[in-house]
Ligand binder design. Structure first.
Ligand SMILES: O=C(O)CCC(=O)C(=O)O
Ligand SMILES: [Fe+2]
Length: 350
């Protein structure tokens, strides 16, 4: 398992203070806490979440990560995600671009589909390394189910705040429908550079991301700010953020913010960095457009911003496949390939 104690995050570098949201208060439908969550999700689109009850499941996932990355590379490569825009499987370090000039990323990760974790022992989408199979029942299933419970509750809260009919957002994220929803375990091996991007600047593709990290390196580009700011990991606190799909469905009310990963700073530099995410993404068939017919609040928001296009004409599957495919360096032709991997960041500049 990745080390449990780490050198502390340096005191002397600026960090961005995210709002800390108490999941247990949200579960009790505490109106003040819901207002704080709403503020976080609409202004920056990032917040800390405490009392979520997923720490043990997350620790087991980190153990699975370590076991998987200890397999010979040749073995991991049998499960590589490939170049056609499928996300599930193993992604080798250097397979993706981090910017328009085609610099390679430095992370490798394993993505396991929600559909496979829930269908086990049946194979729903694809097969995985033996280490993942061995932990489907004990580790992946519980982590995926817990993450789904948390993200679905957050979707219900946003649903009400957006003035949507009960169940409208959950309808777009049906557990039974195949989707791009997945668990991802990420490893960043140290390099000699302290600034090289591990994961390039991006917005997340789906609706909600539930992130666990132990070391620094995650940075956000806060609206109106000139430079990137670190988000400091706090033990027991997950980091949650809104992705492009929810930004679009909400007519831009919920913010999908740019972020990236660089090597850990200060005394943490030189350490292997592990992180873990559960991505909730809409069902494959869901068309990504603002839900204007279902909510006057969303209709109003879209009317206020005629310069932005909240009707992509794409299904979640198409949107997702396009972005994954064009990140892959094997598919790169030039800077236009990077542009083709972009999401709402191109319309969100403020
Ligand atoms: O590793 C992190 O802290 C963030 C990872 C991330 O942004 C992603 O996988 O989309
Ligand atoms: Fe991300």
């Amino acid at each position: 398992m990745p080390a449990l104690t780490f050198p502390t995050f340096p005191e002397d570098i600026p960090t961005h203070p995210l709002l800390i949201i108490d999941y247990s208060l949200i579960a009790d439908r505490d109106p003040q806490e819901i207002d704080r969550l709403w503020e976080a999700a609409t202004k920056l689109g990032f917040w800390y979440l405490k009392n979520h009850g997923a720490d043990e499941a997350a620790d087991n996932m980190f153990a699975l990560g370590e076991e998987t990355m200890a397999l010979p590379l040749e073995e991991r490569m049998k499960f590589e995600q490939g170049d056609d825009g499928m996300s599930f499987g193993y992604k080798a370090a250097g397979a993706n671009a981090v910017n328009a000039s085609g610099e390679p990323d430095t992370t490798d990760f394993l993505n396991v589909a929600k559909d496979d974790a829930l269908a086990w022992p049946k194979i729903a989408r694809r097969s995985y390394p033996s280490t993942a199979n061995a932990r489907m029942e004990s580790t992946l299933g519980p982590f995926v189910r817990k993450s789904l419970e948390i993200n679905n509750l957050l979707l219900e809260i946003f649903n009400d705040k957006l003035g949507l009919p009960t169940g409208a957002l959950l309808e777009k994220h049906k557990t039974e429908e195949f989707s791009g929803s997945e668990a991802r375990i990420i490893r960043n091996k140290p390099t000699s550079s302290t600034t090289k991007q591990a994961i390039g600047s991006h917005t997340d593709f789906g609706s909600l991301s539930f992130l666990h990290n132990r070391l620094g390196g995650l940075q956000v580009l806060v609206p109106g700010a000139e430079s990137w700011q670190y988000v400091k990991p706090i033990p027991g606190h997950a980091i949650c953020n809104v992705g492009d799909a929810l930004h679009i469905l909400s007519g831009g009310i919920l913010r999908s913010n740019l972020h990236r990963v660089i090597p850990p700073p200060g005394a943490q530099a030189g350490l292997e960095r592990w992180s873990l995410v559960y991505f909730t993404r809409p069902g494959n068939s869901v068309v990504l457009r603002a839900l204007v017919e279902q909510s006057p609040i969303i209709a109003e928001a879209v009317k206020r911003t005629p310069e932005k296009n909240f009707d992509t004409g794409a299904t979640a599957l198409d949107w997702f496949t396009r972005r994954i495919k064009n990140q892959r360096l094997k598919n790169r032709q030039g800077p236009e390939t990077w542009m083709a991997s972009r999401g709402t960041e191109v319309v969100q500049k403020e």
